[in-house]
Ligand binder design. Structure first.
Ligand code: FRU
Length: 337
């Protein structure tokens, strides 16, 4: 029957139309997935763009500006990554709100350098529990509800500084002033504990004053002014960071006493106003490289988001003891200008 021939044609046409509509449906499905799959990578098509939220404790300090710059520079190498930055201005509540905001925005990954450990622990856990990979940088939170911690070994750095002081002062020892970082931030405690361990080999080294300057140069100037008034005899100032040591130096210089003592810091930024130059120019006697971990954080983000790899829980970054003997070489090594 002629009807039979028409049916075959009709059948072929219908099959073709069905195939075409299936193909179109598949295409539009995958394009939707590209912009909306969750970061878990489970099931859906490959995601092409990733949003990283970076919660910075405070941008008022050069070391933190360097950290953000390194994150941005490393991310710029990967067009798939977009980083949005938030500055908590040393305010725990603001940083909690910043992280809440990133959780609401459903960022694909969170990098955080927490202002203080305890107050930030819950919100970091909240992000982590919401399935957002979390990289904690430099300062720690409590517990282990995060994906990875990256930072220097602050206890070791403090210990090296203590050993340096014990060696420089020699057997007869001397009097040390400690200008500490922000009370609730973990490097503060670790740099303090390590230092005491480092000087313990020399019982004649005495810490005669230990006060907080919250990592800030200007605060260190005021703190040191008071310490200078109360103490006629000081041999060493140990600042928990270079701005603290430089602030103490300014106060001592204003009092005409900077030559009576030596100044030691931590950070060693390779910038015109950083610690390496301060050693080269003779204001600081020593500093310790404390890498920001910005580049390493982006390397981990790539592993987690693009390569879908597991990362180690903890990455510890190396330090270098810098004195006038190696300051210039280290400055060049870190691309100082
Ligand atoms: C900047 C800073 C650095 C210091 C680090 C410790 O905020 O104070 O100078 O090494 O934080 O967390």
């Amino acid at each position: 029957m002629s009807n039979g021939r028409i049916d075959v044609k009709k059948w072929l046409f219908l099959s073709f139309a069905l195939l075409l509509s299936l193909m179109l449906a598949a295409c539009s499905d995958s394009s939707e997935n590209t912009s909306s799959t969750a970061n878990s990578g489970s099931g859906g098509e490959e995601k092409k763009e990733f949003l990283i939220g970076m919660s910075q404790a405070n941008l008022g300090e050069p070391w933190r500006v360097a950290m953000n710059d390194q994150i941005q520079a490393a991310a710029d190498e990967h067009p798939e990554l977009k980083v949005v930055f938030a500055d908590a201005a040393q305010d725990n509540s603001k940083q909690i709100a910043d992280v809440e905001n990133f959780i609401q925005q459903k960022v694909d990954l969170l990098i955080i350098s927490p202002n203080e450990a305890k107050p930030l622990t819950a919100v970091v856990k909240k992000a982590y529990d919401a399935g957002i990979p979390v990289i904690v940088l430099d300062r720690k939170v409590e517990g282990d509800a995060y994906t990875q911690y990256i930072g220097g070994d602050n206890k070791l750095i403090g210990k090296k500084a203590g050993e340096y002081v014990a060696k420089v002062l020699g057997e007869k020892g001397g009097k040390v002033v400690e200008i500490k970082g922000l009370e609730g931030s973990t490097p503060q405690q670790e740099r303090h504990d390590g230092f005491l361990e480092g000087i313990s080999s020399n019982p004649n080294v005495k810490v005669i004053a230990s006060q907080n300057a919250d990592w800030l140069r200007d605060k260190a100037i005021t703190v040191m002014e008071n310490i200078l008034q109360a103490n006629k005899d000081i041999n060493v100032v140990y600042g928990h960071n270079d701005p603290a040591a430089e602030g103490a130096y300014i106060a001592a210089k204003n009092a005409g006493r900077e030559k009576e003592m030596i100044f030691i810091g931590i950070d060693g930024l390779p910038t015109p106003d950083g610690g390496l130059k301060a050693v080269m120019e003779g204001r600081l006697s020593a500093t310790y490289i404390y890498p920001t971990g910005g580049k390493e954080a982006i390397e981990s983000a790539i592993k987690i988001l693009l390569d879908k790899e597991e990362v180690e829980k903890t990455v510890i970054l190396d330090t270098i003891e810098v004195t006038k003997d190696n300051a210039e070489q280290v400055y060049r090594q870190f691309g100082g200008k």
